[in-house]
Design a binder for this molecule. Structure first.
Ligand code: SF4
Ligand code: SF4
Length: 210
């Protein structure tokens, strides 16, 4: 059975995404950091995503697309899957453009996932076990920080802890208390597309995806 996102959860997830965006923009603004003119494009990075609720919200967007566009994206996703499996099989980390990206631009911007929304600026978070993690930001942001001669304690960081906690709460609600039964999600966007919307079977299958 398909796991369906209902209205209230959609609104809460969209609010959380807006808050992520605001937190990101604040730090990016303080650093004068932007992706404009960047010679790289992070959308070809091998990112893994971790929640069923975001997977479902992605599909919420995909299902609203015209049929031809949806087919095109799913074909690209299938190619991505094949190519990335080959590369991983050869011991290489894939660097392949996300199937949702057209000419360098995200075509599902409203539905992009948390990892896409937080990558770029320096960030920190405290894990549930109390360990503090720090992320330096993308290469371009690191160059910016270095060029300013800022020490670690001086530059602004995006605090992710509260945002992630909210996402975990929404994930719990979405899975209706079955989170402990569900295999951990470790999927690329292509894999989420090829697999289809998340299903109840994913939550009773004890084998996590490798
Ligand atoms: S996040 Fe950084 S590396 Fe990625 S596109 Fe933006 S500026 Fe470039
Ligand atoms: S979902 Fe959008 S922002 Fe995220 S990797 Fe794909 S194209 Fe880029």
């Amino acid at each position: 059975m398909e796991l369906r996102l209902i209205g209230g959860l959609i609104l809460q997830l969209e609010q959380l995404y807006r808050d992520m965006e605001a937190a990101y923009d604040t730090v990016a603004g303080q650093l004068d950091h932007s992706c404009d003119g960047c010679p790289d494009n992070c959308c070809d990075s091998y990112f893994l995503h971790h929640t069923y609720i975001e997977w479902a919200y992605l599909w919420h967007g995909v299902e609203a697309l015209p049929d031809a566009r949806r087919r095109q994206i799913l074909e690209r996703a299938a190619r991505y899957q094949e190519d990335s499996s080959l590369l991983i099989g050869n011991g290489r980390r894939p660097k392949l453009m996300c199937p949702l990206n057209d000419d360098g631009r995200c075509t599902m911007y409203k539905h992009r996932l948390m990892v896409c929304r937080t990558h770029g600026v320096p960030a920190s978070m405290i894990r549930p076990d109390g360990k503090k993690l720090s992320f330096p930001g993308c290469f371009r942001c690191q160059e910016l920080v270095e060029s300013r001669g800022l020490a670690a304690a001086e530059f602004p960081v995006m605090e992710r802890t509260g945002l992630l906690r909210r996402l975990v709460i929404l994930e719990h609600e979405f899975l209706e208390g079955r989170r402990h039964l569900a295999p951990k999600v470790r999927r690329t966007i292509a894999s989420m597309l090829v697999e289809g919307p998340p299903r109840l079977a994913h939550c009773s299958d004890p084998r996590p995806e490798g």
